[in-house]
Design a protein around this ligand. Structure first.
Ligand code: GUN
Length: 283
């Protein structure tokens, strides 16, 4: 079976178009959605991500505020900034770009963001809401993957979904979303014994491990849907996924490329979460 490549760029374009229309409607009623992004330090990759978020926010007609702080910033100064944004009525979403410098406690920062403005969905209240099946903000990457699967027509009902990776940002929330969609879910990680024997059972395989090309054809059942969350900068200077794309492609019934797969969906869902937050505040 020849693989079918899922076009994340096209699906994200559609989502952004829908968000743009929602923004126009809300602005006509007097509310402009606003997103604040805080970047601490000068990491090149983080800086590029923040720039891309800023451009997209503006392109969809939303208010964008980017706060750049020195890499030696004290935790208390960052908390002050978050508290200011928590009470700023022009701001509906607050995102603190991760990772943070080592003098700052990431968990404490995430917990300081008001849950109603936590468009990343990282706050423990929103993580708990997802677990409990309550409405709240869902992390953008797993949310984007669900939208991709939906719009590709992948049926999850009763299917075996295997998630490789157990991070708070991707693996854990991804598993909860797949479970809510009635999949049978298995979570694998670095300590899993005989990984290929587990992943070969997957009808839908989500790879979120952060190791270039570690998912090969021996991990994939014929006809599986393969979602690659990896963004690894290879020795060739290019971006590579966690999946050995060329060798897995023939077995997969559908597969996401890197770049142009999951990546563009993440930013589209950040925009969607920001609009959702503004719509709630407007009511
Ligand atoms: N760093 C890498 N990915 C993300 C993300 O989705 N949100 C934040 N805040 N930081 C990140």
């Amino acid at each position: 079976m020849e693989g079918k490549i899922i076009d994340g760029k096209e699906i994200s374009r559609q989502v952004k178009e829908e968000v743009k229309e929602g923004v126009e409607r809300l602005k006509a009623e007097g509310t402009t959605p606003g997103l604040a992004v805080i970047l601490v330090g000068d990491d090149a990759a983080s800086s590029a991500y923040v720039g891309s978020k800023e451009r997209t926010t503006k392109a969809l007609g939303m208010h964008s505020e980017v706060i750049r702080m020195d890499k030696g910033t004290r935790e208390s100064a960052l908390l002050d900034e978050i508290n200011r944004l928590n009470t700023d009525p022009a701001i509906h979403g607050i995102l603190v770009q991760l990772p943070l410098p080592e003098q700052i406690d990431e968990q404490r920062i995430i917990a300081a963001i008001h849950p109603d403005k936590d468009v990343d969905g990282f706050h423990p209240e929103n993580a708990g809401r997802l677990m409990a099946g309550m409405d709240g903000f869902v992390p953008c990457t797993p949310l984007g993957i669900m939208v991709m699967l939906e719009r590709t027509g992948v049926d999850l009902n009763g299917k075996h979904a295997v998630v490789v990776g157990r991070s708070n940002i991707v693996g854990k929330p991804m598993s909860m979303l797949l479970l809510q969609a009635n999949a049978t879910v298995t979570i694998c990680h670095s300590r899993t014994e005989d990984l290929p024997s587990v992943t070969r059972q997957a009808d839908v395989l989500v790879a979120a491990v952060g190791r270039e090309g570690m998912i090969g054809p021996e991990h994939v059942k014929d006809g599986a849907v393969v979602i690659d969350v990896g963004i690894n900068r290879g020795e060739d200077g290019k971006l590579h996924g966690d999946v050995d794309f060329d060798r897995v492609l023939p077995a997969a019934s559908a597969i996401t490329p890197v770049p142009g797969g999951v990546g563009p969906m993440t930013i589209a869902m950040l925009m969607s979460n920001t609009l959702k937050s503004a719509e709630k505040a407007h009511k």
